[in-house]
Design a binder for this molecule. Structure first.
Ligand code: ATP
Length: 320
């Protein structure tokens, strides 16, 4: 019989994590569960950094970026000794089940807790990279795209006025998800993503050709995992002789108020995670596929996800 649940956020923060915490806490309380907030992810489990969450303690956070529970990357938890300490904390505090909110690393931690230590765990996907399986979109990805898009729109204003080429670097070490969506939505001329090979010489040739026909500005979106914006800009200047500026958007993409879409997703997935626990379904992650809430095995959720980039890329090239 589950009476008390814990909730933590771990790994990279993502806008909408707070809305997910609020949903887990309030939906849990509604179902007569005690809810305990765990601070700084798995580090908070190891260090016993806990605080009960009631209805009031999650007031006024649905619209806030970041996470009130804070987040951390915790190497100590990778080792058996760290996990043992975490489990002892859970047992000592009579926490019967755990909701983890985060990305694939966070899920791997939950797999350990469930399979090795028999702690009932469920996952809620929150990562701006959107690289988890079992959900069409993770909490935070929509806000990150919109933040990067807003910045790109502003850059376009100056690019057009000053007749310049801008290389804009967005987040995505292994995934072109943010880059391809920002490029399509922002009307970028070119986009470089880790999933697709590219030819900088051909791109420069296109720029020279366009310039000859009177095209005055370019926006090139680069996912950080595809190339370094600085290097791309150097190459363009070297090959075309045209002034090229670099903007690395960096951490602004993690912050800011979550979009309506992220808040709604977080509200639905937080509640769905509590439902899984109430139904004794553990070792799973909630998600949304084709608009429907579902749950998949945590192992499946962390398998490599294929980001759909090719059809988007083709369209970007046609519409340029
Ligand atoms: P993001 O996708 O935003 O980077 P994430 O959840 O993937 O988020 P990670 O830093 O990869 O972030 O993982 C978060 C934490 O999960 C790690 O610091 C570690 O404590 C735990 N973790 C990751 N991998 C494992 C693993 N294989 N076993 C146990 N714990 C793990």
């Amino acid at each position: 019989m589950i009476k008390r649940i814990g909730v933590l956020t771990s790994g990279g923060d993502a806008p909408g994590m707070n809305a997910a915490i609020r949903s887990v806490a309030r939906y849990g309380v509604h179902h007569k569960l005690e809810v305990i907030g765990i601070f700084r992810g798995y580090a908070g489990l190891i260090n016993e950094d806990l605080r009960p969450l009631d209805h009031r303690s999650v007031s006024g956070i649905i619209n806030r970026g970041g996470t009130i529970l804070e987040t951390a990357r915790c190497d100590e938890f990778l080792a058996e000794e760290g996990q043992r300490k975490a489990v002892e904390t859970l047992k000592r505090n009579k926490i019967d089940a755990l909701v983890v909110i985060g990305g694939d690393g966070t899920y791997r931690g939950a797999i350990q807790l469930w399979e090795r230590w028999h702690i009932p765990c469920v996952g809620v996907p929150a990562t701006i990279d959107n690289d988890l399986n079992g959900t069409d979109i993770a909490i935070g990805a929509d806000t990150a795209i919109n933040t990067a898009l807003e910045a790109t729109d502003k850059i376009r204003d100056t690019a057009t006025s000053m007749e310049r080429i801008f290389v804009v670097e967005v987040m995505g070490r292994d995934s072109g998800f943010i880059a391809i969506h920002v490029a399509l939505a922002g009307g970028a001329e070119e986009v470089l993503v880790p999933e697709l090979s590219y030819d900088l010489e051909e791109m420069c040739h296109d720029i020279v050709e366009g310039n000859r026909k009177g095209k005055i500005s370019w926006i090139i979106i680069v996912a950080e995992g595809a190339a370094k914006a600085e290097k791309v800009a150097e190459k363009i200047t070297e090959m075309t002789g045209l002034e090229t500026r670099v903007v690395v958007l960096g951490h602004i993409q993690r912050g800011g108020n979550p979009t309506a879409r992220d808040r709604i997703l977080a509200a639905r997935l937080g509640a769905a995670a509590v439902d899984l626990i109430l139904n004794d379904e553990f070792g799973k992650a909630v998600g949304v596929q084709d608009g429907e809430i579902n749950a998949v095995d945590l192992h499946l959720a962390v398998e490599e996800k294929e980001t759909v980039v090719e059809p988007f890329y083709r369209l970007i090239r046609i519409l340029t």
